[in-house]
Write a protein that binds this ligand. Structure first.
Ligand SMILES: [Zn+2]
Length: 121
């Protein structure tokens, strides 16, 4: 598995968590994440479950270390906060950030982030 594939999966997984949180889901069974990715995202429709599962585990470990999710006793993981969907003003990348993370673009580390899409008042 390449660094680029891992980064990409991390983006989709954060997107998935962002959407799930809005539906009231904060706890996720680690074993089901790869299956969910395959059923929800066209990008992973034809992916091999074993490969995706291995990648998803590595992404989850990194999200645990960054306090985006925490490992609960008995297996499931839980979001530590809602994720914010922010766009970088410099490179236009969309980052989904948890409250425990530095408010910096996940691609270029710029601090100039704004809510995405921009809310109309
Ligand atoms: Zn950026």
């Amino acid at each position: 598995m390449s660094e680029i594939e891992i980064k990409e999966l991390e983006w989709y997984l954060r997107d998935y968590f962002f959407r799930q949180y809005k539906q009231g889901n904060q706890e996720f069974d680690r074993e089901s994440i790869a299956k969910e990715m395959i059923s929800v995202y066209l990008r992973y429709r034809n992916s091999d479950w074993h490969k995706l599962n291995a990648m998803a585990n590595s992404v989850v470990e990194s999200l645990i270390s960054r306090l985006v999710v925490k490992q609960l006793d008995g297996g499931p993981i839980q979001l530590t906060s809602e994720l914010s969907r922010l766009q970088c003003s410099k490179c236009f990348y969309i980052s989904y950030l948890g409250n425990n993370e530095p408010m910096r673009c996940l691609r270029c580390s710029a601090k100039e982030l704004h809510e995405f899409p921009v809310r109309k008042h």
